[in-house]
Design a protein. Sequence first.
Length: 461
Amino acid sequence: MRKLWGGRFEGATDALIEKLNNSLPFDCRLWSQDIEGSLAHVQMLGSTGIITTEEAEQIAAGLCSIREELQTGALSLPPDAEDVHTAVEGLLRERIGPLAGKLHTARSRNDQVATDIRLYLREAADSLNAHLLHLQSVLLQLAKQEIDTILPGTTHLQHAQPVLLAHHLMAYFWMLERDRERLADCRKRINRSPLGACALAGTGFPINRQQTARQLGFEQVLPNSIDAVSDRDYALELLSVCTILGVHLSRLAEEVILWNSPEYGYIELDDSVTTGSSIMPQKKNPDVAELLRGKTGRIAGSLITLITVMKGLPLAYNKDMQEDKEPLFDALDTLELLLPAAARMLNTAKFRRERMLQATSGDFSTATDLADFLVRCGLTFRDAHDLVGSVVQQCIKQGKGLEQLDADALLAIAPQLGANAAEAAALLKPSASAASRTSEGGTAKQAVLQQIKLAEEKLQV
């Protein structure tokens, strides 16, 4: 196919270099955005008189017919094209002849590709947001369903304090909510138009950048032509958002993996999201969760790849920046799989409520409740902490859990409780402990219900 820059050269490009230079195998997915940007550009060329109205209409008609045939599969991009821009213009030339060459007036591939990427990432951000909303809705529904389920809350993977499963699940809801906030904020910076910056210095043609920006749905134009074509900070920002999101998915997956193990037994995963072993017939492996965890490294790797590409580039455009697309596409494609898979995994899971409650038995996770009660009786927290520590020691020696102590047993170990021993003993049940955490954002049922109400407002459901 004819090269857009071939006039300067006498010799042919070496076949190996041709392969190295060719970006069509991965930027071919931008054909729709490339045509969309070209349509806006050619209409602006016609309305400003840079080309005639008739020429603009003919070029636009050719582009529209190409778009329609590419959408239906009646037409394919020529495989020998250097990139998607060359491919589209080559198809246009075949269709309308030399007039196709006027499409590139007052435009460079530099601002063209920057426009294509921003249009693509804008759509990708909207798609990710939709997937996030769905996953959040699954978590919210599960939280409502498990509003009375109690399990051990942990720190350092050690039993810490009893919490509601609903409260635990909602922690991931709010992580994803911040991911959506970051995504929306990033989208604002994606949605700025580089079109009209040309190679780096703008153009002497009387173009109207505001017109093309409006037509393409951009909120504003980038005010510096060098910056417009030479930075990919918006792509780095999106990859950063994707990486943080990936970390949140990975943490959720890790807990599902642990909870699905026989040692925990908190959750049973559906057959549709698990696989077996080729040698051990009894196995039911949490592959979806493991891939959620494993593919986070791939997403983070995409961020590091693009950071490394960009870190030493002088202004303005450099061919290195061709390497922006593959890590971007890979990270986005990965999340397009992971997010609905995570939703499916959780939506089909069965939580084993009795096993979770049983896990709180004898774990001393209500020790802080006893210390807090002693503080209300007049002790300092440090003295109360020491006293409860000795109570725990005595229980371990006697082979009892705190929740097994009645008023007399508790009074025998901690005579400081006096007439308050019965009231203190009642607080040592996991359900009482969870119910007492009524502070805003706490794990008491009424606090979690307030949290759920706020979440519903966020999702507008």
